[in-house]
Design a protein around this ligand. Sequence first.
Ligand code: PHE
Ligand code: ZN
Length: 849
Amino acid sequence: MKEATPQTIYLKDYTPFGWQVDSVHLTFKLAPEATRVTSRIRFTPDPAAPAQDFFLHGEELTLIRAAVDGVAVTPEVTPEGLRCAVPNGPFLWEAEVEIAPASNTALEGLYMSNGMYCTQCEAEGFRKITYYPDRPDVMSVFTVRIEGAEPVKLSNGNPGASGDGFAEWHDPWPKPAYLFALVAGDLVNHPDSFTTMSGRQVELNIWVRPGDEGKCAWGMESLKKSMTWDEEVYGREYDLDIFNIVAVDDFNMGAMENKGLNVFNSSAVLASPETSTDANFERIEAIIAHEYFHNWTGNRITCRDWFQLCLKEGLTVFRDSQFTSDMRSAEVKRISDVIDLRARQFPEDQGPLSHPVRPESFQEINNFYTATVYEKGAEVIGMLKRLVGDEAYAKALDLYFARHDGQACTIEDWLRVFEDTTGRDLSQFKRWYSQSGTPHLKVAESYADGSYTLTFTQHTPPTPGQSDKAPQVLPIAVGLLNPNGDEVVPTTVLEMTEAEQSFTFEGLAAKPVPSILRGFSAPVVLDRSSSPEERAFLLAHDTDAFNRWEANRDLAREGLVAMITEGAAPDEAWLDGLQKVIADEALDPAFRALMMGGPSQSELAQVLHGRGITPDPEAIWTASETLRDAKARRWAGLLPRLADEAAVTAPFSPDAEQAGKRALGGAVLSLQTRIDGGAAAEAQFKAADNMTLQLTALSCLVSAGRDEAALGVFERQWSGDRLVMDKWFALQIAATTPDKAVERAEALTRHPAFDMKNPNRFRATLGGLAMHHAGFHRRDGAGYRLLADWLIRLDAVNPQTTARMCTVFQTWKRYDPDRQALIRAELERIAARPGLSRDVTEMVTRMLS
Ligand code: PHE
Ligand code: ZN
């Protein structure tokens, strides 16, 4: 058990390890309660590194024996590792340790999931497997021997000898320990193959538990598409004879890019039309791509230290969103990414957990796998590309791969390839990596004698540890429209570098309507109070799909704010204008489905808070419901036609076209349910032959209060499928009314299929509650209490997942004093637990400070 020893690690303290690791040989003798791991590691002193004691990381290991150059030694062992006297020159280190995978519920290191052995080493899990310099800048060549009765035994690299009870693997590519992986169990594979651009034959496998073979085809197709795309777009080829993916039910995150042996949360790889929604299919395609792309951005070029995490994650998220844009609709992908950024990264960056894309200190690195490092990190790369242009971006990337292959790098290395290819000075741009918080951008306009000027002001509110903010480089994509709706100035990227800066456009016959921050060209809050007329104009005429969506979202938000704060009625003129867009069959159904949705209740709370108004979750809920009712009534005549248009007659395909239709159909059904009380939803539930249709219908029935029978039917149908049952747990909380959410979540924790040790099930249930804004923020604090009870229980089992879930409290200072007091009490109750993990201690302390 990691104890709460609040020790802070700083970026500025980086020192290289004193030795090079020439080779690593590991032997695993597998046994659930007593696995023996033998290591033989060749070290050579690194003359460039400062003098230091020989220290190897190691946690929760039982050291059986150790030797240096064949002579037994007795190292000084602490809870964090060991220190040992070693020769001045090269030497061979040997150790044997014992570990207990069956009792490892933290799911870090070597653990067991449904009788299968698997590992998770990122970030610092390898030290729970054996003594090692467990840091990303120590790279070495690994040879692994696995001994055990399990029929399938896998590790990184290419397969070597295998026989009765053993299998050997050799990975020729030097790698840090966090990319090590081992899997052993009773698994079956879905095989395929791929020929790379230089003609290398690669064997591909997706390994699953018997019974899941039928859910591998989509993942395999996604893998092959990813391999082709990375060759075509980035010129990156795969570099081993085999690529294995394994599906694991118990996993803290989405998936892991271990060299040649990716390990996936089964929810991020297994798919079939009957059991998976369109959103699942799209997410699987993106995660497979993400992990595969890490082979170059992460594995071949890795991070010098964990402060540089965004080097691999920001870039790889950026690459996977490019991939999704190419596979599907670029506009829809951009809108979805911004919805996600605002839902997860903005609250983080505007609250007590705000940190730079490259943090400067941490206590527990697991707490920094955040939306800021990942999603804002990807936005920063998008901005860089926008500033230098596509061609220069491609050149810089070529240089990055050529210059840094095989190295452990920093953000400085990354930016230097851009400076060297473009001649630009990126020192101001670099603030995006060091300055936390979301910039706010204000706009003023003036027009006289054909000349139109936009004046921007940027301001970043203070964040923890950073009170003074400097201006950032903002690429602001702007287009100008004539009053008749024609575009007079197509998208132009303005480069803002000052706190206040003006840009003038000449030769305009009339005062134009500006379309600002097209494609969401920088991750900022645009504070612009334009008139409803101007927004309606952009909704009707903007050529930029993102800003068309944004104009509508602004109108929706302002309408809801007026309903919440002034008791205003829904804006019927806006609903009529929007109806025209939604009815337009020339537009992508997926885009129209997005236009039918509004800002989330949590986002509304954030908006109100930003305007100095204390958000009332019940009032926000009521306004959102009232608006949906108004949409249903106002659009009642259109809905049947849309439902017809959304119907898919062709055989099921998870492609963007069909998924878009089903998304539109789902949005229509949820409005229809408000008119017919659930009749159409009931018919769809009975007839559904795929999970998207079935789940949408069930969600409508729950929200209409007509769910008792349907929930039972669904449960009986799917009780044997863990992933579908996760949906069943989450949905009945998400779709219910605020007064029932806590009771439902509480009842579900007593359901026989609830299993706190399975992160997916825990997240579906307790995470499901936290996602229900008004239900979780119930006035009496019952939501907070239930969640805190379970976080306390889970911390003793799985600190990493507990710490991630704690973040649902990060917005607590938005709310009224009574709610704040209730949340503070729960956070303090958690903080006071004896033996609380380092992970949760750090999160709760940061949220309370
Ligand atoms: N590196 C993984 C990814 O982004 C995420 C991960 C981190 C998985 C830590 C497990 C543990 O793809
Ligand atoms: Zn990643």
